[in-house]
Design a protein. Structure first.
Length: 437
C-alpha cells in the first residue's frame, strides 16, 4: 500500500520545480538538513518563476540562486541565521539575501504567520530518510527546529529522500500521506569540523566549569569556548543535556561518564535537542540512538520549558557587551553577522530555572588585542541579542561578573574588572564621562 503511494508521488526534481507556482515561498530544512537537490537546481529555472522566496537557516553551501546578481530579480533567500555563504553574498552587495529577526523557538510559526498574512503560497521542501515500507514513515533526521511545524501548515509538502540521512528518535516522523511529492537525491550530510580552543578560551572555560555543579542540566553552544568548557567537565557527575544544538563534545562527556541525564527534572535519561551539526562520527552515533530525542524547537527552546529543568546552565558566546550589560552576539554594528538563534531563549530559560545560571562568555579583546570587546556603549546600530535586564553571568579570561540584581554602577564596575587590563583606564574614563560612575 505505502510503496504504491510512494511510486505514485515520486517525481524527478525538475518535474517538481516546474510544477511549483510562479510566485511562492519555499521553506527548507536547517543547516545540514537543507534540501540540496532543491537549492542546487533552482537557478536553472529562473524563467519559470516570477518571484520565489526561499527561506533557509544557517546555509551550509554557496548556491547559485543567491550568489549571482543575475538572479536578483527572481529569487530572495531569507535566512533566520546567516553563515559564511550568506555573509559572502551580502559582502558582495547582492540583494538576494535578507535576514529574519527571530527567537528560535518562534521562528517557524512567526514566518508562517507573516507569509500567510501576505497571501503567499507556502511550500515545505525538506530532507528525509528513505521510507519505512511497512509503515509509510520517513524521518526528519538531524533537525526539527521548525521543520515539522512548517510541514504541518504548508500548502504543499515535498520530501527529498536522501539515502545517507540518519534516523533519529523524538518528534521526527513524517508519513507519506503528508507529502504531495517525493524526490530522491543522494548526498553526504555536511559536516562541521571541531574547533580547537585557544589558550585564552581554555582560561575562560576554566572559569565557566567552576560555575557548573554536579547534577546540572546544560545547554552548550558552538565554537572554541564551548568546546573548551566540555573538555573541563569530564570530572563532573550526573550532568544532563537539554540543548538547542547537539554537539560532538556531548558524546565525549557521555562516554567519560560525566553525562548520565539521570538528575534531570524533565525528560530524565534522555538527551533533548532540536538539531545536530557536527562530524560523521557524531551522525553515526546519533543514528537510531534511543537515548537522544530530537524535538520541535518550539518546545525545546521555549524558555518556560527550559526552566522546568532544575539547575539549568546555559552557556553561550558574544561578540561584544557594553558596560550596562547589553549583549550583542549577532552583528558588527549594523552589519548582520549571524543571528539571535536560541541564545535569548536558552539564557532566559536558565535564569528562570531553580538554581539556574545563564552564562555569556567572550574574549576580552578582538582583532589581535587591538580593541576591547567590553565597551562603554555598543557600536552604533548594533543589535541587542540579550537585553541588560536578562543578563546573568559574564565570563572573560579575566574573571566572572555576576550581574543579576546588580545596580547600574555595580554592573559597570564589575564589567570593567573583567575587561582586559590594557583598556580598564579608558573604560573608567568613558564611564565617568557618560555619568555611569
Amino acid at each position: 500500500m505505502w510503496k504504491a503511494m510512494y511510486e505514485n508521488r515520486l517525481k524527478n526534481i525538475e518535474e517538481v520545480i516546474l510544477s511549483l507556482p510562479k510566485r511562492a515561498t519555499i521553506i527548507t530544512g536547517l543547516a545540514s538538513a537543507e534540501a540540496q537537490g532543491l537549492l542546487e537546481n533552482l537557478h536553472k529555472y529562473k524563467k519559470h518563476f516570477e518571484r520565489l522566496k526561499v527561506v533557509t537557516c544557517l546555509n551550509m553551501k554557496e548556491y547559485d540562486f543567491f550568489m549571482n546578481e543575475e538572479y536578483e530579480d527572481v529569487y530572495d533567500n531569507h535566512s533566520w541565521f546567516l553563515s559564511p555563504p550568506t555573509r559572502k553574498a551580502q559582502k558582495m552587495g547582492l540583494n538576494t539575501v535578507d535576514f529574519i529577526p527571530n527567537n528560535l523557538h518562534m521562528a517557524g510559526t512567526d514566518k508562517l504567520m507573516a507569509e500567510k498574512e501576505e497571501g503567499n503560497i507556502v511550500i515545505f521542501w525538506g530532507t528525509v530518510t528513505p521510507m519505512h515500507e511497512k509503515t509509510g514513515y520517513f524521518n526528519l533526521g538531524i533537525s526539527n527546529v521548525y521543520e515539522l511545524d512548517v510541514l504541518e501548515n504548508a500548502d504543499m509538502v515535498i520530501l527529498e529522500v536522501n539515502d545517507k540521512f540518519i534516523w533519529t528518535h523524538g518528534e521526527t516522523q513524517v508519513h507519506i500521506s503528508q507529502a504531495n511529492y517525493i524526490v530522491e537525491n543522494s548526498w553526504d550530510i555536511p559536516e562541521l569540523p571541531i574547533v580547537e580552543p585557544t589558550e585564552t578560551e581554555k582560561i575562560i572555560a576554566q572559569y565557566i566549569s567552576e560555575l557548573v555543579d554536579d547534577g546540572s542540566t546544560l545547554q552548550i553552544g558552538i565554537g572554541g569556548i564551548p568546546n573548551a568548557v566540555a573538555k573541563l567537565l569530564n570530572h563532573k557527575k550526573d550532568l544532563g543535556i537539554h540543548t538547542e544544538m547537539f554537539t560532538e563534545s556531548m558524546i565525549d562527556l557521555f562516554e567519560s561518564g560525566a553525562i548520565t541525564n539521570m538528575k534531570k527534572t524533565l525528560w530524565k535519561g534522555k538527551f533533548v535537542c532540536t538539531f545536530a551539526l557536527g562530524t560523521k562520527r557524531m551522525y553515526e552515533w546519533l543514528n537510531n540512538n534511543p537515548g537522544v530525542w530530537i524535538m520541535r524547537g518550539r518546545y525545546v527552546n521555549d524558555p518556560y520549558i527550559i526552566a522546568k529543568n532544575d539547575n539549568m546552565v546555559s552557556i553561550n558566546t558574544a561578540i561584544t557587551i557594553d558596560l550596562s550589560g547589553q549583549v550583542c552576539s549577532e552583528s558588527l554594528g549594523t552589519r548582520q553577522y549571524s543571528g539571535t538563534g536560541g541564545q535569548l531563549d536558552t539564557h532566559r530559560g536558565a535564569v528562570m530555572s531553580k538554581n539556574g545560571k545563564g552564562i555569556i562568555a567572550l574574549r576580552s579583546t578582538a582583532k589581535k588585542g587591538t580593541i576591547s570587546t567590553i565597551v562603554p556603549m555598543l557600536p552604533q546600530g548594533s543589535y541587542v541579542t540579550v537585553p541588560r535586564q536578562d543578563l546573568d553571568y559574564v565570563v572573560t579570561e579575566y574573571g566572572v561578573a555576576h550581574l543579576r540584581g546588580k545596580s547600574f554602577r555595580e554592573r559597570v564596575k564589575a564589567m570593567i574588572n573583567i575587561s582586559h587590563p590594557d583598556f580598564r583606564d579608558e573604560l573608567k574614563k568613558e564611564a565617568k564621562k557618560l555619568g555611569y560612575l
